[in-house]
Design a protein around this ligand. Structure first.
Ligand SMILES: [Fe+2]
Ligand SMILES: [Fe+2]
Length: 313
């Protein structure tokens, strides 16, 4: 795919994420694999990687408080944790893919040698991160990006925005959110190897976000850009509120849950408080990352408010 095609507005999100790549070239794949294998050895050494069936305990998801979860067999509990681990790694894989797409777009939009060099290194970093996650997965990465509501609006954001909006939304806001998210995944991780891997990735992400702050201060936003930023930030906040993997994993393992069971899980795992904490974190990040006018627009449209109706801004 060329950068010209990447910016074409008719390209679909599935094409953007290369979910069904066409005309694969096996020899190119072998060349890539040889290079990446060397890179992975330089990161982890030659010893075979210790794969776990799941990487985060029940406590990471608040499941230790769920009566239903505690009543399950060890086997069903394990299946739920395996699914949650798989989705976390798949989401990380697609976040890295999005970083790669973002850097391809920014290479096209670079205006000087420094920017071009920076985004070339950025693209390489994101591909390496993606490859660092893959060996920990027990099965193939999810082949449908709708397993998390953030990915489709993220793809759409990368496809159709001005350079200034892209820098604000992807490199400052989302990389900032990603830093906190990866940090939390690292802290709770059961595998020392995956923990170290998150540590290495976090150092790169901090550089990406830091450079994003420098780039942000060079941009002049039009009033349309600010409107666009308001719409995108609002979509991301809603997507992060809609994500509901715990009940999804339980349903997948146990079959449909009754409405009483759904309510009880929500109450026992403290979902309202978890979502409130997430909204507060996002509000804080948005306040420090985006123009004040955008933050005030979002406040006025009550996207940070739990009881607000789902109106668009
Ligand atoms: Fe990354
Ligand atoms: Fe990044």
């Amino acid at each position: 795919m060329t950068t010209h095609q990447l910016s074409h507005s008719l390209i679909s999100i599935d094409q953007l994420f290369m979910l069904n790549g066409k005309n694969e070239v096996p020899e190119l794949d072998r060349i890539n694999q040889r290079y990446l294998e060397g890179l992975l050895v330089s990161h982890w050494g030659k010893a075979p990687l210790q794969k776990e069936s799941y990487y985060w305990n029940a406590e990471r998801f608040g499941l230790q408080y769920s009566t239903l979860y505690k009543s399950l067999s060890e086997q069903d509990q394990r299946k739920i944790l395996e699914l949650l681990s798989h989705w976390n790694l798949s989401l990380s894989y697609y976040i890295e893919t999005s970083g790669g797409l973002y850097s391809a777009k920014m290479l096209e939009l670079s205006e000087n040698k420094n920017e071009r060099a920076f985004y070339s290194i950025f693209a390489h970093d994101e591909l390496v991160h993606q490859q660092l996650f893959t060996p920990f997965m027990q099965g193939p990465v999810e082949n449908n990006i709708d397993f998390h509501p953030l990915l489709r609006p993220l793809g759409q954001a990368i496809l159709g925005q001005s350079k200034a909006v892209l820098i604000y939304i992807v490199q400052v806001l989302l990389e900032g959110f990603g830093l906190a998210h990866y940090q939390a995944l690292k802290e709770d991780c059961r595998s020392e190897t995956l923990k170290n891997t998150f540590g290495k990735i976090l150092a790169d992400e901090a550089r990406h976000h830091g450079a994003g702050l420098v780039m942000r201060d060079q941009q002049i936003l039009t009033s349309e850009d600010k409107q666009e930023l308001t719409t995108l930030a609002s979509q991301f906040i809603r997507a992060l509120q809609d994500a509901d993997w715990i009940r999804k994993a339980m349903t997948q393992v146990l079959g449909p849950l009754s409405s009483d069971q759904n309510h009880l899980i929500e109450k026992e795992i403290n979902r309202p408080q978890v979502l409130e904490a997430r909204r507060q974190k996002l509000a804080h990040l948005i306040k420090s990352s985006l123009p004040e006018e955008v933050y005030l627009n979002l406040e006025r449209s009550r996207v940070f408010d739990h009881s607000a109706p789902k109106a668009s801004v």
